[in-house]
Design a protein around this ligand. Structure first.
Ligand code: FAD
Length: 518
């Protein structure tokens, strides 16, 4: 299917799922599925995509025992579906056994770093968890017994049987078994090194090692340069009489690719755009918070704090300010410790007579935060911008405030409870835990966020999440603020007083462009 702005394309060896295909393909399927739920704006998803793509290519021929799919949860059209599947952070990998009935049947797979091998082994381990509903196309993966091998050619109509002798914790035998599932006239079984009778019978001395049995009763060692998966597979696929069977490889996306190319909107880097800020509000309240059907405990507190600072400091158009204040009032009056999102949603979409259709538009429009490609910038860029703006606004309305940590604390809580990029949230929480509570004034709060954001910029500069047209610089660059930069002993230093003046001017209502006309 189509994935506008997604990280994957139909050329990848995986199934591009979306709202209309997710349930139809994944549930009640005779295949097991491993699905990556991602958000195209999430840097760690961008970082993980090459691994997922390579894994898909690597196990392409394990289909239809198991299929790999992807869903872009940042695509507005898919949001309800992602919620239904219980996705709260990105990327999330979920394994669905064959014949899974409901979205809840998926089990989360922890993805340990970027290792294709670990993911492959995790797929095998999950395939083995099938009980009655073994995927019909999946060959047996359990170790072979003496009896099974003895009668093998009587009960199986194949010319060859490959035996991979290996230690219990080795995955080579199962990998080769799956590699060969689309091929006819050959079967593969693993034999454990502890299966003494077979080990003795074939004179096996090294593990792993492979033996080829032919249905005429002969057998020989599989001649390979290295006792490894790819060598065995390559050898077996080229045996005379071995041909590809009826299983069609996964292909054929069932809908043609729609592309929603948004036009590039020229933006001035010295300005802040209201369109980005309102899009951030929309995405935060209507999408990120909405992933939780019921808000409890820490999340209720985080939402209340977030909305309170928005109601106090967001320099929005009057109807947006009214809207934020009414949501804030409603939340404050909520005494219960659990808030169903549906109740909040009614408040968020509540329209008054004669009021503009909906205060938060249903579309995101990125202007200052527009990337050169749809998966760059966008939401995370707007969230930074929003919080910088709020820290600055808190310095202008000190009398409204409750102290230097008010906005920073709200940001910390929001990011920790709701920000879908979970690894970003962890990094940010790390920085917050280290030094946030040492911030002693609202001015210092502005500078704290500025300097932590620059740390993130430094960490991400040159990585694949960087939009080549918007390189991650230490900010503000000299052309925006010449006075911010100085040199002492030939080393660059920031003039923090100048930086603070600059931030207060940059993130001020006067510097916000309100109307963005296309
Ligand atoms: P952004 O860094 O998003 O900046 C947005 C805008 O803010 C810039 O265009 C500029 O106008 C202004 N700006 C830039 N630097 C500063 C500054 N120091 N002070 C004030 N204003 C500034 N991505 C990851 O891949 N890994 C992470 O761990 C990660 N952690 C994140 C944590 C948080 C809390 C957030 C909100 C985002 C995080 N991200 C992370 C996303 C990443 O920081 C960027 O937001 C994203 O890559 C988009 O980058 P961008 O080029 O639009 O600029």
């Amino acid at each position: 299917g189509a994935q506008p702005g997604g990280l994957y394309s139909p050329g990848d060896a995986l199934v591009l799922l979306q709202v209309d295909t997710l349930e139809r393909r994944v549930l009640n399927s005779s295949s097991a599925w491993l699905v990556e739920f991602y958000a195209s704006w999430c840097g760690h998803c961008v970082h993980f995509a090459p691994t997922w793509r390579a894994l898909a290519a690597d196990i392409q021929e394990w289909s239809p025992a198991v299929n790999l799919g992807v869903v872009n949860c940042a695509d507005i059209a898919n949001q309800k579906a992602c919620k239904k599947f219980g996705i709260t952070g990105f990327p999330t990998l979920k394994f669905f056994k064959a014949f899974s009935k409901s979205p809840e049947d998926g089990t989360k797979i922890f993805h340990p770093g970027d290792s294709i091998q670990n993911l492959r082994q995790s797929i095998i381990t999950n395939l083995e968890m099938h009980k009655e509903t073994w995927p019909p196309a999946c060959p047996p993966l359990e170790p072979a017994s003496v009896e099974e091998i003895r009668g093998f050619f009587q009960t199986n109509n194949v010319m060859y049987l490959a035996l991979i002798f290996e230690a219990n914790d080795s995955f080579v035998g199962r990998e080769v078994t799956l590699d060969m599932l689309q091929y006819e006239n050959v079967a593969v079984r693993r034999v454990l090194s502890s299966e003494e009778e077979l080990v003795k019978k074939y004179g096996v001395t090294a593990f792993p090692s492979g033996f080829l049995l032919i249905n005429n009763g002969t057998f020989s060692r599989i001649p390979v340069k290295m006792e490894a998966r790819s060598f065995y597979t390559y050898f077996l696929r080229r045996l005379p009489g071995v041909t590809r069977g009826p299983y069609a490889p996964t292909s054929a996306p069932d809908t043609p690719i729609k592309s929603t190319l948004t036009p590039r909107r020229p933006a001035d880097r010295s300005k802040v755009y209201m369109a980005d800020l309102e899009s951030a509000l929309h995405y935060a309240l209507r999408v990120e918070v909405a992933r939780f059907s019921v808000l409890t405990g820490e999340r209720v507190r985080a939402l209340k704090d977030f909305v309170t600072v928005l109601a106090k400091y967001f320099p929005g158009r009057p109807f947006v300010q009214n809207f934020l204040r009414s949501v804030d009032r409603w939340l404050r009056n909520m005494r219960e410790s659990r808030i169903p999102y549906s109740a909040l949603e009614r408040v968020l979409t509540n329209r008054k007579e004669g009021q503009a259709p909906e205060v938060l538009s249903n579309n995101m429009t990125w202007v200052g935060c527009q990337g050169s490609k749809p998966h760059f910038r966008g939401y995370p860029c707007s969230l930074w911008t929003l919080f910088h703006l709020l820290t600055v606004q808190a310095t202008r309305y000190r009398r409204l405030g409750t102290g230097p940590l008010e906005v920073l604390g709200a940001m910390r809580g929001y990011v920790w409870s709701f920000f879908g990029c979970r690894e970003c949230a962890q990094h940010f929480e790390g920085m917050a835990a280290e030094s946030m509570d040492k911030v002693r004034s609202v001015d210092k709060a502005v500078l704290w966020l500025w300097s932590r954001h620059n740390r993130v910029n430094a960490r991400l500069a040159g990585t694949e999440t960087e939009d080549p047209e918007f390189p991650k610089l230490q900010w503000p660059p000299p052309d925006l603020c010449p006075l911010c930069h100085g040199v002492v002993n030939r080393r660059h230093v920031w003039d923090e007083a100048a930086v603070l003046r600059f931030l207060k001017a940059h993130f001020s209502p006067a510097n916000i462009i309100l109307d963005y006309t296309e």
